[in-house]
Design a protein around this ligand. Sequence first.
Ligand code: KG4
Ligand code: ZN
Length: 360
Amino acid sequence: MYLLGIESSCDETAAAVVADGERLLSNVVSSQFDIHAAYGGVVPELASREHLRAIVPVVREALSNAGIGYRDLGAVGVTCGPGLIGALLVGVTYAKGLSAALRIPLLGVNHIEGHIHSVVLEERRAHRDVEFPALALVVSGGHSHMFAVDRTRANKYSYRLLGRTRDDAAGEAYDKVAKLLGLGYPGGPVLDKLAPFGDPDAVRLPTSRMKGNHLDMSFSGLKTAVLRYVRDADFQTEIERRRVLFSRGRPTIDALRESASDECLALIASFQRTVVRQLLRRAEDAADEEHFASVIVAGGVAANSGLRREFSSLPVPVYFPTIALSTDNAAMIAAAAYPRFLRGEFDGFDLAAQPSLQLA
Ligand code: KG4
Ligand code: ZN
């Protein structure tokens, strides 16, 4: 059974074909980075327009890479939320069209559930299985959520929200700090690659303590502390140097490293350590309170090398998706749709794009 996944919730138009819920036959992602880079963040109107341009060729390429045609598809799964309304509508409307034309089931998928299933898919591909109950940390540009995840014998997944960010998402903090330092968009990959060149103990940054639910997270205080630090430091010359570099196209990491002072690299390393420590502490606190057989870390920030290193200290198996399936993609959407396909839980043509859809 070939299931086509479609993802268009933010700034990536993606399509993937997954066979029998475990064989990833194709995974096409068309990124809008260069379009939004000039603005230092995603511009919703531009995102919708680019999804409209990309959706047909991206789906066609996914089918062609998988070596199948439209008529071979058994179902279509599409992200229906959370995300940008105009962006979501492109994927949802296109998926409804396919479902109607090909007379195949339509399955609306929660994007956050998709991120969790990136790991389930990759374990199944490797002929292994995720151990449940699992603690899942979904950290991306739009979300920082922690869930208790379980699976019944009937392959039904359940999610219970344990904690979430009260303000910015972890990836959003990365993007804002990178923008502040003139390091382009998206900020996570660049800061991650520069962090090893700085001293992570050099700059003291605040770690957040939460009143109320102590498993909640917060990243805006950290961002403000970095902002204050940058205001007092003398980074203007190097930021200007980087502005010139970016005006000639996307600079290499080496060029960005050469442009950066030791003080700036120390700030980046300290920032990365503070984010990673907060996420690790929350996972440890959750694991102190109830039993988890494993930990799943997913979402764009799961690509972070510091996070991967530090989480390996946990006493249970920790699953990270490969880098390609950490950031937004449609393979994870097809993977999340599959168990619902097996149970016959299809959506109708009244499936709506839901910008604030919750998982739990
Ligand atoms: O999951 P994703 O592709 O999109 C959302 O659902 O938001 O995540 C994108 C986010 C961006 O904020 C990006 O800066 C961050 O993930 N990111 C990283 C890394 N790679 C991507 N953050 C930290 N370290 C990385 N290596
Ligand atoms: Zn995402």
